[in-house]
Structure formats: C-alpha cells, structure tokens
Design a protein around this ligand. Structure first.
Ligand code: 7PJ
Length: 287
C-alpha cells in the first residue's frame, strides 16, 4: 500500500515528504568544511558561472532543493559581515531562480538576509541557529517562507569543546519544541516548519551515533526531519577518510537517517545520495 502523500509547500513549489529527497549543498564561502572556495573566484568574488554549472549538475542528478550558504560555520571560521553575506548569497539565489525550476534554500542566521531572500526567489530559510538571533524570527515570519530549525549546542566557535546532554534526544527535542513554539508565537505555522537535530553541532561522536540510532524519536514532534551528515567529522572519525573520500560513509549514515524517519538529506554528493534514497523510498513505500 502506498503511503498517503504529504505535500509541503516551499513558497509555491511543493514536495511530497512522504518520501525522502536530496538537498544539494552550494557553499559560497572561501572556507567551508569540505568544499570551501570552489565556487569563488581568485579575487574572492562569487563565481556565478561555476555556481550555475554546479547547480545544474545537482539538478540533473536529482536534487529537489539547493541549499545556498554564505557563512562558514566551521569552528574558528572568520566571521563574515552581514553585507558580505548578502553580496555572496543574493546574486546566487537570483541566478538560480532565473535559470532553474528548483526549491532554493538559504542557509543563514542573518535577519537582513532572511528579510531579503524571498524577493530573490528563495523557498526555504535554513537556520543552524534556529532563528535565535535578534530579529530573525520576525524577519522569517514576515518573509512568509517556511523554515528549517536546527539544534546546536554552543556556538560554532566553542561547540566542540565539551558537549554534554542529560539525554541527547530529549534535550534536542525539547529545544526544538521551544523553537517551534517561538515560531508559532511569531506567526509561523507548523505546516511551514522542518526540524534538524544538527549532526556535529555541539555533539561528540557518541552523541551523533545515538542521535542517528534514535532519530525516529524526533517523530514525536510531528514535523518533517532533515539530516545533514555529509562528509562531516563523525564520518571521518569512523572511516579514517579525508573529506572528499567520505561519500560512502555519509550515504550509509544518511540511509540510517531516512530509515529512521528523515525526509530531507542535505549533501555535497547529490547523484550518489539520490540513488541511495531511491532504495530507501522503495522500501518505505510498502507500509
Ligand atoms: C548543516 C546545515 C546541517 C542544516 C551546515 C556542513 C556544515 N544546515 N548547515 N543541517 N550543516 N539544516 O555542511 O558540514 O547539518 S554547515
């Protein structure tokens, strides 16, 4: 029996979240975790032609969403000014929107960018700080866009120093529930919220593994779940591989995430992940 479809509306473009989908990562930064600098020119400007080529490759490979980010959350990364982030991200969102029919997610915590990205064609605000910056909630609410709320313990600068939880799932779901409430109070309804436990953001390897093992418990919040494990340190620690060689490990973790309820997988490696999720989707189709 087929599961009933479950359409989620990304600013006019809908996606059936009864099955899983791939979100391709487009980092417009000189210093991101694993692909920093690839989409910038030698002079530090956005290389739009390269971005559009990468976007097209991801779309042909089956990405449903493209996630555009201009701030590196790598521990110790240089902070970008608000204007610098806008200058990196908005032209890319506009160019993708003008050239392709795809849901564009903007990976940002910056209220200014949150306010402006809808006009450029964004369909989702993806905030690793769960709209906690001053002005972010109201900016998101005013934009009318759906949001992805991610859990992080600490800040990118200190989050890996000594992460600690009473119970990793309870603590994260309590935090996410409090952010959902804050969104609701600001006028963002549950039909516009996606949740993400934030793999690697203030978590030890053991925390990340327990999170993956027990991810289905996040279903208690009754909202779609997104996971991002792509090429992260947890994959490198287990496999002993450098970032570019973590594709198989990342896919294994993503598949576990989807089998435990995740419906969007954020990844650098779209083609490989799309194939893996096709298997998951067929297996999950029979209920
Ligand atoms: C995530 C993200 C994640 C969501 C980054 C990296 C670090 N957004 N942005 N979830 N990670 N929603 O790609 O390794 O896990 S930046």
């Amino acid at each position: 029996m087929r599961k009933p479809s479950n359409l989620f509306n990304f600013s006019g473009k809908s996606l059936d979240l009864s099955i899983s989908h791939v979100m391709g990562i487009l980092n417009i930064t000189p210093d991101s975790f694993s692909d920093g600098g690839e989409l910038m020119s030698d002079t530090g400007h956005v290389a739009l032609t390269k971005v559009l080529q990468r976007a097209e490759t991801m779309l042909v490979a089956g990405a449903a969403i493209l996630d555009v980010g201009g701030e590196s959350t790598r521990p110790g990364a240089r902070e970008v000014s608000s204007q610098e982030e806008l200058d990196r991200v908005l032209p890319v969102v506009e160019a993708i929107n003008n050239n392709f029919d795809v849901i564009i997610s903007v990976d940002t915590s910056n209220p200014e960018l949150i306010s402006q990205c809808a006009d450029s064609g964004a369909g989702l605000i993806n905030d690793v700080r769960a709209l906690s910056r001053d002005g972010a909630l109201s900016a998101a609410s005013n934009s009318g866009l759906p949001v992805c709320l991610m859990h992080m313990q600490g800040t990118p600068g200190n989050m890996q120093e000594a992460p600690s939880y009473a119970d990793v799932i309870d603590d994260i779901s309590n935090y996410l529930a409090s952010r959902v409430k804050a969104c609701n109070d600001a006028g963002i309804g549950n039909d516009s919220i996606i949740l993400d436990p934030g793999f690697g953001f203030g978590k030890t390897l053991e925390h990340n593994l327990e999170l993956l093992r027990r991810l289905d418990e996040l279903q208690r919040l009754e909202l779609p779940v997104l996971v991002g494990v792509s090429r992260k340190r947890m994959i490198g620690t287990i496999t002993g591989r450098e970032e570019k060689d973590r594709i198989s490990g990342s896919i294994a973790a993503s598949v576990i995430g989807v089998m435990n309820g995740a419906r969007i997988v954020r990844t650098h490696d779209v083609a490989e992940t799309v194939d893996a999720l096709k298997i998951c989707n067929e297996v999950l189709r029979i209920s």
